[in-house]
Design a protein around this ligand. Structure first.
Ligand code: NAD
Ligand code: GLY
Length: 368
């Protein structure tokens, strides 16, 4: 890691010829030198949504060299629009503009925009370049890194997609100043995830720095993003297509995706569902005897300190959970596989939970 100032750093995702940098710092949107080295050719399509466009689109476009052909697409805002229909609008715009295989897509927005633009880039003319400019905490610490792209299906979250790595990730932490507090908390869920699965010292750091993180203190935010991205970059470098260790990044997601899909996309934020899902996974780990009561209490307390829900939705029965969880991408044949905790900072993927035990946990689990 190199550092030019306390908030400025560059990390690398090491994937051979598909390696790329993650630039983290302030005042990065608007800097030409942060984008131009990663453009494939002269044609650039910037894709964002109706909320982010008035905030950052003009500034980003103004930083691109004048000789380039720059087009924009502004999509509706919301998880409910993370659909193949919206990706099709990007394909339409690319074809109408006559963009060729040396074009570059730029995803300006949160995880919804990033996942859709990545999928559009993966599939347009069998694959073109794209750059991630994430503007939510969640996308800065997780979704912009690692190349998972795709859309939701009414029957399941992120069920249609591809692995397609960006050419660069540009994390401008100034963009968090306009982010609503609820969205910030949702992003902290994924930050906590890294501590729980891989790094107990980072979890302790988070416990000490949570108020400063929620207040968006630049040095604390930059440190949280850098430590999160480093853990993710290491895991992705080891297992790009989730044959093994990458599945650990799904702590809380099997429960969480079930909540999101059941509640209707956009009603529970992804990070909120992951927060409750991690609380459920920690509780199950405790019931299995893998983590003690003190470790469970710490897990729940740190999730709660980020202003995230611990309880599951009141309108979701155990059968609702089990039906959704059977569609999880980690499952092999009919076996349900869950990410659980061996200890704080140490997770595993396990198919050892008997359905009866899971049902008992779900029946007794608090509802909100
Ligand atoms: P999001 O993209 O919906 O953004 C949240 C909200 O914040 C939106 O209303 C958006 O318009 C608004 N917003 C974004 N930046 C803003 C800013 N700077 N100022 C003000 N408002 C801003 O949600 P998200 O939490 O960023 O991402 C969630 C999505 O990411 C989910 O679809 C999830 O499945 C996906 N995800 C993907 C991966 C991956 O590896 N690809 C990992 C985690 C999550
Ligand atoms: N967010 C899970 C992953 O990237 O693998």
């Amino acid at each position: 890691m190199t550092s030019t100032a306390s908030t400025q750093r560059t990390l690398h995702v090491a994937l051979g010829e598909r390696s790329y940098p993650i630039h983290i710092g302030t005042e990065l949107i608007g800097r030409a030198d942060m984008l131009t080295p990663y453009l494939a050719g002269q044609q650039v399509m910037v894709v964002t949504n109706e909320t982010i466009a008035p905030l950052y689109l003009e500034k980003l476009c103004a930083s691109l060299p004048k000789h380039l052909e720059v087009r924009t697409v502004v999509l509706p805002d919301g998880e409910q629009y993370k659909t193949i229909e919206q990706v099709s609008r990007i394909w339409d715009a690319l074809l109408e503009a006559g963009f060729n295989r040396r074009c570059t897509l730029i995803a300006l927005g949160g995880g919804v925009i990033g996942d859709m633009v990545g999928y559009a880039a993966a599939s347009y003319q069998r694959g073109v370049a794209f750059i991630q400019v994430p503007t939510t905490l969640l996308s800065q610490v997780d979704s912009s890194v690692g190349g998972k792209t795709g859309v939701n299906h009414p029957l399941g979250k992120n069920m249609i997609g591809a692995f397609w790595q960006p050419k660069a990730v540009l994390v401008d932490i100034d963009s968090l100043k306009s982010l609503p507090r609820r969205e910030l908390s949702a992003g902290v869920a994924e930050v906590i995830k890294y501590g729980l699965i891989r790094d107990e010292a980072f979890l302790s750091w988070l416990e000490a720095n949570m108020p400063a993180l929620l207040d968006v203190e630049p040095e604390v935010v930059a440190e949280a993003i850098a430590r999160s991205c480093q853990i993710k970059a290491d895991i992705v470098a080891e297992d790009e297509t989730e044959q093994g260790v990458r599945a650990l990044l799904n702590l809380g997601h099997t429960f969480g995706h079930a909540i999101e899909a059941h509640q209707g996309y956009g009603n529970w934020l992804h990070g909120e569902a992951v927060g409750a899902g991690m609380a459920m996974a920690a509780t199950l780990s405790n019931r299995l005897g893998w983590i003690d009561d003190a470790a469970l209490a710490r897990s729940l307390a740190v999730i709660e300190s980020a202003e995230l829900p611990l309880a599951a939705p009141a309108n979701m029965s155990s059968d609702d959970f089990l039906a959704r969880m059977r569609l999880d991408k980690k499952n092999i044949d009919t076996r349900l596989r869950l990410v659980l905790l061996n200890a704080l900072g140490d997770a595993c993927v396990s198919d050892a939970t008997p359905t009866d035990m899971l049902r008992t946990l779900l029946d007794a689990y608090p509802r909100c």
